[in-house]
Design a protein around this ligand. Structure first.
Ligand code: EPZ
Length: 420
């Protein structure tokens, strides 16, 4: 396994190019299963989860390959099974369920296990697809779905705005017979990107980005070329890197329109974030950072995927900030690691009170999940001394060429192999 060794205390200065969005690319690549044609995608980030998705598409009979940020998916005879060995490494594999049912009328997908941040069930995915005519058996860890008469449009209201549930059903509804109305859907920008891809393939969708989406099913989706949107969570992570190191970063391709909740809170905490013709410029104002409270919510609220990173900013601020996690039941795994670096954080239930003002000190720490790992990298950049972040395979899932991007703006960070 690899680790990052970080020598902290260097103000980061320079330009960082934001990569394509992992959480847009994954469903959009899966949607190629619903397309009866070749598809090519641009701006696809070179990440572990992308390679896993490409492997899954090849297992399912779609010849897929990634070259210089472009993924080409050829047409082919579709298989129906997503095996456990692959699904256990990436929960988002469950997103092949909807398109497979829509194309083949059958799908066998391993139940995604839980993960470090929570149980992450898929009950909403299944109950919505059942309303569209699918029948599911859960046997020996696999979801076996069938809809011999094909999927039919339905009126579906989710119990909570689930991102993956909305994406699975959106792909299925694109090829269902008749109209599907989806209510209480997720409004994340990645959902809008997926809908825009499907529309480019001939789907008839409206309302994406609002709480209600209407889909008129079509017979077939044709191929197209599509560029994936930039990654708003990677961008938010780098904004905070500027804040915690006292530097100044210019982010190119930063989707700031999709980041209002984060940018508002960063500004409230004392950061200066300016849109310029070259990109988004971020630095900490001359009065330094002050504590502010955040509460994670579905989009357009403060994203849960930025919670761990924001906590590090609060560690570097004067005063205190209350961090409330409302989406996942176990997304404070980074707290104990930050406490080992000298942070003053007290967790009570789903809230963490962060008292800033004490400098962080470098220490050996361990990543437990993707965004916790990113937070520990930020803490290492801010801390005095050396920090070793172990198990950075978690970070490699969602940050393209992270150490290269950070080194290019002055960070002292290197990747080392741990003696296994
Ligand atoms: C997506 O996960 C993202 N992953 C996550 O990003 C992100 O944290 C999450 O949305 C919330 O924004 C991808 O897009 C690949 P959900 P997803 O279904 O779809 C509950 C990252 O760091 N729920 O919106 O799995 C669930 O337990 C990752 O990039 C059900 O109860 O999230 C959770 O509490 C981490 N039943 C809440 O809804 C269901 O059937 C939100 O989950 C589905 C979800």
């Amino acid at each position: 396994m690899d680790s990052f060794i970080i020598e902290g205390g260097v103000p980061l200065r320079g330009v960082i190019e934001i990569s394509g969005s992992k959480n847009a690319a994954l469903p959009i690549l899966m949607a190629s299963i619903a397309v009866d044609d070749e598809v090519s995608y641009a701006n696809v980030p070179d990440l572990r989860d992308i390679h896993t998705t490409i492997k899954l598409l090849n297992i399912l009979g779609r010849e897929a390959s990634l070259e210089n940020g472009v993924v080409r998916v050829k047409n082919g005879t579709l298989g129906k099974e997503a095996p456990y060995d692959l699904v256990k490494t990436m929960r988002a594999s469950v997103l092949c369920l909807g398109p497979l049912l829509a194309r083949l009328g059958e799908a066998k997908v391993s139940l995604p296990g839980g993960c470090a941040i929570g149980a992450r069930p898929v009950d909403q995915h299944l109950s919505a697809l059942e309303k569209m005519g699918a029948v599911f058996d859960l046997e020996s860890g696999y979801i076996h779905g069938r809809c011999p008469d094909g999927l039919r449009g339905a009126h579906i209201r989710f119990d909570m705005p689930t991102v993956g549930g909305t994406e699975n059903v959106l792909m299925a509804a694109s090829l269902a017979r008749g109209e599907t109305v989806l209510e209480n859907v997720a409004r994340e920008p990645e959902i809008v990107d997926l809908a825009n891809f499907l529309i480019r393939c001939g789907a008839r969708i409206e309302g994406q980005g609002t709480t209600m989406i209407r889909v008129q099913g079509v017979e077939r989706l044709h191929g197209c070329s599509y560029a994936v949107m930039p990654d708003r969570i990677e961008a938010g992570t780098f904004l905070i890197a500027a804040g915690v190191t006292g530097g100044e970063l210019l982010l190119k391709n930063c989707p700031i329109r999709d980041m209002s909740a984060v940018v508002d809170k960063l500004r409230a905490a004392g950061m200066i974030i300016e849109e310029t013709p070259e990109g988004v410029l971020a630095r900490t104002g001359e009065n330094g950072l002050t504590g502010v409270d955040i509460s994670t919510r579905p989009h357009p609220g403060f994203p849960t995927d930025m919670q761990a990173q924001f906590m590090v900013l609060m560690c570097c601020a004067r005063g205190s900030g209350l961090v409330e996690e409302n989406i996942f039941e176990n997304r404070f795994m980074h707290v104990q690691e930050l406490v080992r670096m000298g942070a003053d954080i007290h967790v009570t239930g789903s809230s963490a009170m962060v008292r800033g003002g004490r400098p962080l000190t470098g220490a050996p720490v361990m990543a437990s999940d993707l965004r916790a790992g990113a937070a520990l990298v930020l803490a290492g950049l801010a801390a005095e001394g050396e920090t070793r972040v172990q198990r950075i395979y978690h970070v490699d899932r969602g940050y393209e060429h992270l150490e290269a991007k950070l080194s290019a703006v002055g960070a002292r960070i290197r990747r080392v192999k741990d003696a296994d």
